[in-house]
Design a protein around this ligand. Structure first.
Ligand code: TYD
Length: 144
């Protein structure tokens, strides 16, 4: 069986620290597309006001890559490459979790007042979503 098919794996997901300018007046963090995130940022959106116990995400993207940041509060990000699973707790405004395309991800355990910022490599496109987990597993499986 050929293993040359390029599947995406959890190894490519990584936590990165952005520049943090500490100041007695308060902290400042910034990101530049292509420098602090490994893609040009085409879209930003944020999730907030999540009621206790609710989950967001629960899908993968065919093409979109993203950087997930807990701007305020905390939440968990569950990652799944079709073979293995891993969970990250995000709780710092200067820390980003990079998630490439073709990784199933789900966000949960939002604290009160949590704000989740997502920097994305693509504009919104519903056709880029894989919302069915068995379809995702099938797409991640190397061809025989
Ligand atoms: P979705 O990405 O499914 O939310 P989550 O992954 O957090 O559960 O998006 C929810 C709805 O919002 C869906 O109907 C599409 C719409 N939406 C946009 O119109 N533009 C966007 O940039 C995003 C992220 C979502």
């Amino acid at each position: 069986m050929s293993r040359e098919f390029a599947v995406h794996s959890l190894e490519e997901c990584c936590v990165t620290e952005f520049p943090k300018i500490a100041d007695p007046r308060g902290n400042l963090t910034f990101v530049e597309g292509g420098r602090h995130v490994p893609f040009e940022i085409r879209r930003a959106y944020w999730i907030y006001g999540v009621p206790g116990g609710e989950k967001r995400g629960g899908h993968a993207y065919r093409e979109l890559r993203e950087m997930i940041v807990a701007l305020s509060g905390s939440f968990e990000v569950h990652l799944d490459d079709g073979t293995r699973r891993r969970t990250h707790l995000l709780s710092r405004g200067y820390v980003g979790l990079y998630v490439p395309n073709m990784i199933w991800r789900e966000l949960e355990s939002f604290s009160t007042n949590a704000v989740c910022l997502i920097l994305a490599s693509e504009l919104y496109s519903e056709s880029d979503y894989i919302r069915d987990h068995s379809e995702f597993r099938e797409a991640q499986r190397p061809p025989e």
